[in-house]
Design a protein around this ligand. Structure first.
Ligand SMILES: Cc1cc2nc3c(=O)[nH]c(=O)nc-3n(C[C@H](O)[C@H](O)[C@H](O)COP(=O)(O)OP(=O)(O)OC[C@H]3O[C@@H](n4cnc5c(N)ncnc54)[C@H](O)[C@@H]3O)c2cc1C
Length: 374
């Protein structure tokens, strides 16, 4: 008999699981409390960074070649690529140990990286404040994914593959023992139910509260001053890394806006809150951005946005069985988009018996340096 799976959540994790299952002939029904895609999801944004350089989270670095492979399969399936291989440059302000770990993992994966001489920074990156730079490192096989376009194309693809999509339907209860859920008062049943509900997931899987907390994060969308417009159009993804945090910046490529955020987690907030970044939300990001970029006051602020993800101290994804007929994919955190497609694939492999379910939690948490497919 045809296997059937119910999925809660239409972000990158839920859509990826639906795609991986549908490709294998599994019957899938997906429930999303908002529209499909939902602008309130963590996954919904103009761009997200993708890269192999992962600092101390070395296990995630070693998942990235497989993640890139799955993204390539998606581009094939939807008939277009939503990846911009613009590279990533790391502006290291202190010796935090980042370089040693990254050079080890990039060398092991045969991915190119090189120092950019500090003397070259004002010419190549006229927007960057060069004061206090310790080292600048350029890495290959990195760039940006375009989530709004990806999610929309995935929804179209899933409908074409026969996945039943329930938009604007909130799931109020999940029973991972029986593979059932309740949506709008109606009970649905299947062989397995997957909860991929992003920062809302603990409402359906209370045990997650011991492992992760929702975190309200702020980003700014900007227009650069005209004198720097060309430099920004040519820029890679830029990460400013210091002992006290830093910033990440996505350049305005292919019809997207310049975006800047910081690496510090607020660890507070409720994902039902509004999405306008208040002065309080931005109190760390303003000074961090002004320290990273010269003349930051000359940039025009186009939007101040708050968004939510779940985090824990080690930024470990929680992807695991929650009962004999249930899984949770909580690959939220600040790095879950690039790996979201792989998380959906891993849970699918476990559900269809292609890999042991017991291997998934450690792989997803970035604890494995030598993944089984290598
Ligand atoms: C500011 C910011 C910057 C980021 N930058 C990066 C980056 O550069 N690179 C990177 O890889 N990652 C990045 N991330 C992280 C990444 O976006 C997330 O980890 C990822 O998108 C999480 O996807 P998800 O599918 O788990 O959750 P979501 O996208 O939040 O999807 C969950 C979905 O479940 C739905 N849902 C919840 N509860 C219910 C319910 N009861 N019934 C029905 N539906 C429900 C929600 O409406 C939502 O649509 C960033 C995140 C933020 C917020």
């Amino acid at each position: 008999m045809q296997q059937k799976v119910l999925i809660v959540g239409g972000g990158i994790a839920g859509l990826s699981a639906a795609w991986a299952l549908a490709k294998r002939g599994v019957a899938v029904e997906l429930f999303e409390q908002g529209s499909l895609p939902n602008p309130r999801a963590s996954s919904y944004d103009e761009h997200r960074i993708t890269r192999h350089a992962y600092g101390r989270m070395e296990g995630y670095a070693h998942l990235m070649p497989e993640a890139f492979r799955i993204w390539d399969q998606l581009w094939q399936a939807i008939g277009t690529s939503h990846y911009d291989p613009c590279g990533a440059v790391y502006f290291l302000r202190d010796d935090t140990g980042w370089y040693n770990v990254v050079s080890r993992s990039l060398t092991a994966m045969d991915i190119g990286y090189r120092d950019i001489p500090l003397d070259d920074i004002p010419r190549r990156f006229p927007m960057v404040n060069p004061a206090g730079l310790w080292r600048v490192v350029e890495t290959d096989q990195a760039g940006m994914l375009f989530p709004m376009r990806i999610l929309t194309d995935m929804v179209v693809l899933l409908a074409r593959l026969g996945v039943t999509l329930h938009a604007n339907v909130q799931v109020s209860d999940v029973d991972p023992g029986r593979g059932t859920l309740i949506a709008d008062g109606v009970t649905h049943s299947a062989d397995t139910v997957i909860v991929a509900a992003g920062a809302w997931a603990d409402r359906l899987v209370p045990s997650l509260r011991d492992a992760v907390v929702p975190s309200r994060q702020a980003v700014l969308y900007l227009a650069p001053p005209p004198a720097l417009a060309q430099a920004w159009a040519d820029a890679p993804v830029m990460l400013d890394v210091g002992a006290k945090g830093g910033t990440y910046t996505l350049p305005p490529h292919r019809g997207t806006r310049l975006k800047i955020g910081d690496h510090v987690f607020s660890r507070t907030g409720d994902p039902d809150e509004d999405r306008f970044a208040t002065d309080r939300d931005l109190e760390r990001l303003w000074p961090a951005a002004a320290a990273t970029y010269r003349d930051f006051a000359s940039y025009t602020v186009l939007e101040r946005k708050a968004c939510f993800y779940t985090v824990n101290d080690h930024e470990e994804f929680q992807v695991r069985p929650i009962g004999p007929a249930g899984w949770v994919i909580s690959a939220c955190s600040g790095h879950g988009f690039k790996l979201g497609s792989l998380m959906g694939e891993l849970v699918t492999r476990a559900i269809t018996g292609e890999m042991p379910a017991a291997e998934v939690p450690d792989l997803a948490a970035g604890r494995v340096i030598d993944p089984p497919w290598r």
